[in-house]
Design a protein around this ligand. Structure first.
Ligand code: HEM
Ligand SMILES: *[C@@H]1O[C@H](CO)[C@@H](O)[C@H](O)[C@H]1NC(C)=O
Ligand SMILES: *[C@@H]1O[C@H](CO)[C@@H](O)[C@H](O)[C@H]1NC(C)=O
Ligand SMILES: *[C@@H]1O[C@H](CO)[C@@H](O)[C@H](O)[C@H]1NC(C)=O
Ligand SMILES: *[C@@H]1O[C@H](CO)[C@@H](O)[C@H](O)[C@H]1NC(C)=O
Ligand SMILES: *[C@@H]1O[C@H](CO)[C@@H](O)[C@H](O)[C@H]1NC(C)=O
Length: 257
């Protein structure tokens, strides 16, 4: 009886494990400066503790929740591993990602700079500045470029220790692409603003607002195409108001691998 009931349930509501579950972090759980990894931990696609995350767990979580190519998920894990304080680590914890100037960088979209405070915690003041550049209910790459550029301008003007390495800059371009393309639509390069805001502000997938797991696999090429686009738009913005002291590479390579 139990088996057939489960089969019926699965037939009416086919869901991937994790979409239906969501719990905020408890007092001993750790979280990252990354709104998406935090979200995936809250949904238990990643360990809810946020600790000791393996390569396989990372690639599976990104695939199961977001349809990201598992090879690409593995690459991202390799970057995450660099932030672990243990020399021969084979796992990372979400708070490791906050170690400043490895992957974590200044001018984030929703976190304050390390100079000012806690880079792991969502910061409404910072995020309000970012949101002010999402000037339509549908967010596109140009708006994402302007928001990113503005955050850099603000950090440069206010943070005496402001720094953005080439890797930090590449990551930051990648992050702006990721929220548009993975919350939104790969073909149009746009996303529903309320879905993006929900993700950042609640660290929950905006399923109840109509978001669905992307229907096609997100590949390294998709990342390249949109990174070129946002870097191109940014170049034009920088001609008007120079930004990064150490601007990121502008070739088609990304994340420097
Ligand atoms: C293993 C995979 C991933 C790793 C290691 C990772 C790592 C990071 C790190 C270290 C940051 C902080 C950068 C900063 O200082 O602002 C970050 C931010 C961010 N990540 Fe992830 N991330 C991963 C996957 C994703 C995915 C799949 C998305 C999809 C939407 C995403 C979206 C973002 C966004 C939008 C930010 C910017 C947050 C902000 O600027 O406030 N990340 N990520
Ligand atoms: C995933 O990406 C890798 C490297 O880019 C590629 O070789 C592989 O074919 C992709 N996998 C799928 C299923 O498309
Ligand atoms: C890390 O690995 C290297 C190479 O295998 C080894 O020489 C070194 O002792 C290891 N370090 C620790 C702390 O385990
Ligand atoms: C949020 O960011 C602002 C601007 O950097 C900073 O002044 C404020 O202290 C931050 N808030 C918290 C709670 O860290
Ligand atoms: C965005 O999502 C909201 C649900 O939060 C929906 O009401 C709205 O119509 C969507 N907007 C667009 C442009 O699709
Ligand atoms: C970059 O921008 C120029 C015009 O500013 C345009 O001609 C070119 O096609 C753009 N390239 C990409 C990859 O978007």
């Amino acid at each position: 009886m139990r088996t057939s009931l489960a089969a019926v349930m699965a037939a009416i509501a086919p869901v991937y494990a994790g979409f239906e579950e969501w719990h905020p972090p408890g007092p001993y759980d750790v979280r990252a400066p990354c709104p998406m990894l935090n979200t995936l931990a809250n949904h238990k696609f990643l360990p809810h503790t946020g600790k000791d995350i393996t390569r396989e767990a990372t690639a599976n979580a990104l695939f199961d929740a977001l349809n990201i190519n598992k090879t690409l998920g593995g690459f991202l894990f390799d970057f995450a591993l660099r932030t672990s304080p243990s020399p021969n680590a084979t796992t990372f914890s979400l708070n490791d990602l906050g170690n400043h100037n490895i992957l974590e960088h200044d001018a984030s979209l929703s976190r304050t700079d390390a100079y000012f405070g806690n880079v792991l915690a969502f910061n409404q003041t910072i995020f309000d500045e970012t949101k002010s550049y999402w000037t339509d209910s549908t967010v596109n790459i140009e708006m994402a470029a302007k928001a990113r550029h503005a955050r850099i301008q603000t950090s440069m003007a206010t943070n005496p220790t402001y720094e953005l390495s080439d890797l930090g800059s590449s990551f930051s371009f990648g992050e702006s692409v990721a929220y548009v393309i993975l919350i939104g639509d790969k073909d149009s390069g746009t996303a529903n603003r309320s879905w993006i805001e929900w993700l950042f502000e609640h660290e929950q997938l905006p399923l109840h607002l109509g978001w669905k797991r992307p229907p096609t696999l997100f590949q390294e090429d998709d990342l390249s195409v949109y990174m070129n686009q946002i870097q191109n738009i940014t170049k034009a913005l920088e001609e008007v108001s120079p930004a990064a002291r150490r601007p990121g590479r502008r070739s088609s390579s990304h994340f420097g691998w």
